[in-house]
Design a protein around this ligand. Structure first.
Ligand code: ZN
Length: 125
């Protein structure tokens, strides 16, 4: 099966996963907890619109989340889960241009830059 024919799944390439973590400043988008010292297993990408409700794997539908928040939100649409202030903040955050974050995600994955170096660069974006 070629990539193009793959059904809509949960698999997101590691560079893009990190690009989204960097875009979100390595913080949980819901409770704002800093996650860069957490184990990779404890950081997840939340589907703002769940896959079960026609959401996809595009960057604008994915938000960095801690595991407890992701577990609480479950299959709820994010606009039904958060208040208006968080709705506005998150909507703006996920619509950021991904070009520079994808470069960083790649450099981090290739181990060219450390996590600390990447986070320092994120502050400049
Ligand atoms: Zn959280």
């Amino acid at each position: 099966m070629t990539k193009r024919q793959q059904p809509k799944g949960r698999w997101i390439r590691v560079e893009r996963r990190y690009a989204i973590y960097f875009r979100d400043g390595f913080k949980c988008g819901f409770c704002r907890k800093t996650l860069h010292e957490d184990k990779p297993h404890d950081i997840v990408l939340d589907h703002l619109h769940p896959l079960s409700k026609e959401g996809g794997n595009d960057s604008a539908n994915l938000l960095t989340s801690c595991r407890p928040c992701n577990g609480r939100k479950k299959d709820i649409l994010f606009e039904e889960y958060v208040g208006i202030a968080d709705y506005q903040r998150i909507t703006k955050q996920v619509q950021k241009d991904m070009t520079e974050f994808l470069k960083l995600g790649k450099l981090y994955t290739l181990k060219k830059f450390s996590l600390e170096e990447c986070l320092r660069l994120v502050d400049l974006l």
